[in-house]
Design a protein around this ligand. Structure first.
Ligand code: FES
Length: 323
């Protein structure tokens, strides 16, 4: 959760595998002869790429495998370069640093699950399904994608049978009918959804209108539509004291905390800078944060005493952070 040397692990790329034409799976092994940190379904790691870019990818191998991690990466032609770097430059033997795992999308215990995946959003569902199977829970997966051939791990998932897995290829049958799907969901079903913003926004809206919001768990790859990710008119300046470093910085009305830290020697991890990936989560030791992220509900941050410093601000004149 927090960027310390202790949550950094050096790994080698053990193998790369083309899962589809645009998705590559990386298997990572630690450079030292030690087990990798344990993780639970829904967890992701930060991958520090050789260029310095940091990207988050869901762990999609088995949580019972202590020797390797697997992530699957979709090439984003209009992305900011991280996925292209993974596809074009990482080869077996490349050494990388990872951080984490962290989990903002934990699988709660239930006898029944509905998994809704869009595109590469299927990756966190794979270990969730493994766990649901192991626990003999009832589960179904609705898996949407542009075409059947673009859908990573589809063959493996179809082996569970048509009563478990329903692929919805957009070029054949359009998008999943969320209204029909969610109309059959009872109060005993936990709903997990991961995929593009449009899918998540639509599932959120359907669940809210049907009284299912409390059963819905989502993970975002992008900020929700119409989200303001920077300071807004009326924001006030405040002071941030970094406890570990002993440094105090002033955050201007038109700056984020992350912006203000750029003028210091203090290293703070970040990636999306839009408040959805969780890479910049920091423990709050004092003051009252103003949560503005979409990583998790504000109450969860309050309970965990953390905040997301790429978008979060302060309701008090001073914050004390564990950096
Ligand atoms: S950098 Fe992604 S949430 Fe802050």
């Amino acid at each position: 959760m927090i960027d310390t040397e202790s949550d950094r692990v050096k790994v080698n790329v053990l193998s790369t595998e083309g899962v589809t034409a645009h998705v590559v799976a990386l298997t990572l092994e630690p450079t030292a002869n030690t087990p990798l940190p344990a993780w639970q379904p829904g967890a992701h790691i930060d991958l520090e790429l050789p260029s310095g870019l940091v990207r988050q990818y869901s762990l999609c191998g088995s949580p019972h495998d202590e020797k390797t991690y697997t992530v699957a990466v979709l090439r984003e032609p209009n992305g900011r370069g991280g996925s292209a770097e993974v596809h074009d430059t990482l080869t077996p033997g490349t050494q990388l640093t990872i951080r984490g795992p962290r989990n903002h999308f934990p699988l709660v215990e239930s006898n029944r699950y509905l998994f809704i995946a869009g595109g590469i959003g299927v990756t966190p569902m794979l270990p969730m399904i493994e766990t649901a199977e192991r626990n003999r829970a009832d589960w179904t997966l609705i898996y949407g994608g542009r075409t059947l051939t673009s859908m990573a791990y589809l063959d493996r998932l179809l082996e569970f049978g048509p009563d478990r897995v329903t692929p919805v290829a957009e070029d054949v049958s359009g998008r999943p009918d969320l209204g029909a799907l969610l109309s059959q969901i009872g109060t005993d079903t936990q709903i997990y959804c991961c995929g593009p913003s449009g899918l998540l926004d639509a599932v959120e809206a359907e669940c809210s209108s049907r009284g299912l919001a409390g059963q819905l768990h989502i993970e975002r790859f992008a900020a929700p539509a119409n989200t303001v990710t920077g300071p807004v008119d009326g924001d006030l300046p405040f002071e941030v004291h970094l406890q570990q470093s002993g440094v105090t910085v002033q955050v201007g009305a038109d700056q984020t905390i992350l912006d203000a830290l750029e003028d210091t020697d203090v290293e703070a991890p970040f990636s999306c800078e839009e408040g959805f990936c969780g890479a910049c989560e920091v423990r709050v030791l004092g003051g009252v944060p103003d949560h503005r992220d979409s990583v998790s509900p504000a109450a969860d941050h309050d309970a965990a005493k953390t905040m997301i410093i790429c978008v979060g601000r302060s309701k008090s004149p001073r914050l004390v952070l564990d950096l």
